[in-house]
Design a protein around this ligand. Structure first.
Ligand code: CP
Length: 319
């Protein structure tokens, strides 16, 4: 299998071979994934929820970092495609005896793995694995450090499309810890590719990357200003585990200025939707009345994640 050296996710036909990042992916591939997921959303509502597209294939979930939504929905998605799913329990694996990630992966590949779903605290870990596996094996990035979380970005786009239909008419605000967020990066890349004309980021200076404008976004430090007339509000979790030093006075202070409350949400369009990738910190980045309110689509995001992950795995297996 010859992969494009400029974009090692694509094969020589320009088709998706690994999904490592949304950066540099042609918009046609994003639309292909969104359209395929739409067809799978119907499957997930049927009484018999299985299709045979990955029958006989072995999908290995390798989560070196904690996860609730991503790990579980990848497992459900793979099972709905009729794959055999193996969840490696990292904390009782030979990783604890000093085995390297690449040796672990090589041993699992020797068990005839067809696909690895990888979450790792180190940015770039899924790239390293993709570089070392045999050409017929596919790798999906399920979140690496602060770099990328492509299937989260895609399920967020699926959610926005479901409720708002046309990206080219939207004003979207992404709020909170942009600096440490792999989700924000994937969301910005996807929104740009799909034609969203106005992407705002709302955060204190300490939680923004220094070159953030180069991503094509408008920067706001004042939340009430940034939320004015937006169609979509995408909240982010404070990534305390990735913060070095004191970037915030306190969680209470952060909530006062950047927490989404009902009165702040009133500044957005009346039919604005609220997304959050989870896990949520209620009372830190979002008030419970908003998280559980009429405009919240946080739980539908999780459900749509199954269809998106089915789409990604079935497309990879078919290429
Ligand atoms: N959104 C997300 O990645 O959640 P998990 O950490 O629970 O997978």
């Amino acid at each position: 299998m010859w992969l494009d050296p400029k974009n090692p996710q694509l094969n020589h036909n320009g088709e998706l071979h690994h999904l490592l990042s949304l950066d540099g992916l042609p918009a046609s591939i994003l639309w292909q994934i969104l359209d395929t997921a739409k067809s799978f959303a119907g499957v997930t509502e049927r009484e018999v929820k299985k299709v045979p597209l990955l029958r006989g294939k072995a999908v290995f979930n390798l989560f070196f970092e904690p996860s609730t939504r991503t790990r579980t929905t990848f497992e459900i998605a793979a099972k709905r495609l009729s794959a055999d799913v193996i969840n490696l329990a990292i904390n009782i694996s030979s990783q604890t005896k000093g085995e390297t990630v690449l040796d672990t992966v090589a041993n699992l590949a020797a068990m005839q793995a067809d696909m690895f779903i990888v979450r790792h605290a180190a940015s770039g870990a899924p790239y390293l694995i993709a570089k070392h596996v045999a050409p017929e094996i596919h790798v999906v990035n399920a979140g690496d450090g602060r770099h990328a979380h492509p299937t989260q970005g895609l399920l967020d786009m699926f959610t926005i499309r479901h409720y708002k239909h046309d990206f080219t008419q939207l004003r979207v605000a992404i709020v909170g810890d942009i600096l440490h967020s792999r989700v924000a990066r994937s969301q910005i890349q996807a929104l740009s590719s799909l034609g969203c004309p106005e992407i705002r980021v709302i955060a204190p200076k300490t939680l923004l990357p220094s070159n953030v404008e180069s991503l094509g976004v408008r920067v706001y430090h004042e939340m009430r200003e940034g939320l004015k007339d937006v169609d979509v509000v995408m909240m982010l979790r404070l990534q305390n585990e990735r913060m070095q030093g004191a970037l915030l006075a306190s969680a209470q202070e952060f909530f006062k200025y950047y927490g989404l409350t009902e009165d702040k949400l009133e500044l957005a369009k009346p039919d604005a939707i609220v997304l959050h990738p989870g896990p949520m910190n209620r009372g830190v980045e979002i008030d419970s009345s908003v998280a559980d309110g009429q405009q919240s689509v946080i739980l539908p995001q999780v459900t749509f994640g199954i269809a998106i992950r089915m789409a990604v795995m079935s497309i990879l297996a078919g290429n």
